[in-house]
Design a protein. Structure first.
Length: 140
């Protein structure tokens, strides 16, 4: 009788260890999530401006209208800052969709993965807000 074959244990192949549940369409899902974010932000902006238009046209008269007062005093903060955030988001999303993952190196650091788009969004947002600051006349 041959004892060599009786004690042979079949080991699982490397393929069984490497199998994992994958998302069916990872690039498609990322594109979908990006466009849902852009569409949601656009709808929020439309709602915001629609509310402002409604309050301006059918709200109280101009001297006592709270929105008109607030907009006249703090227009850059009320409209400029949120639109700067939306602009930065659209720039980063457009670059990511057209060019793929955003990776760059600055200040001796390498930004890859999720940190790339986040840091680029912060830089875009700050540059747009800084441009508003430079172009907006200072109120005494």
């Amino acid at each position: 009788m041959n004892d060599e074959n009786a004690h042979t244990v079949l080991e699982p192949t490397a393929e069984t260890h490497q199998k994992h549940m994958a998302i069916p369409s990872d690039p498609g899902l990322r594109r979908l999530v990006t466009w849902v974010g852009v569409a949601g932000t656009g709808l929020l902006g439309i709602y915001f401006f629609g509310f402002m238009i409604y309050q301006t046209i059918w709200g109280e008269p101009d001297p006592s209208n709270w929105l008109a007062k607030l907009t006249k005093i703090h227009y850059a903060a009320l409209v400029g800052t949120p639109m700067s955030a939306v602009t930065a988001f659209c720039i980063v999303s457009l670059l990511k969709v057209t060019s793929g993952p955003i990776e760059f190196e600055a200040f001796g650091f390498r930004f890859r993965g999720a940190s790339g788009p986040i840091v680029l969004w912060v830089f875009c947002f700050l540059s747009v807000v800084f441009a508003f600051h430079l172009l907006w006349p200072s109120v005494a």
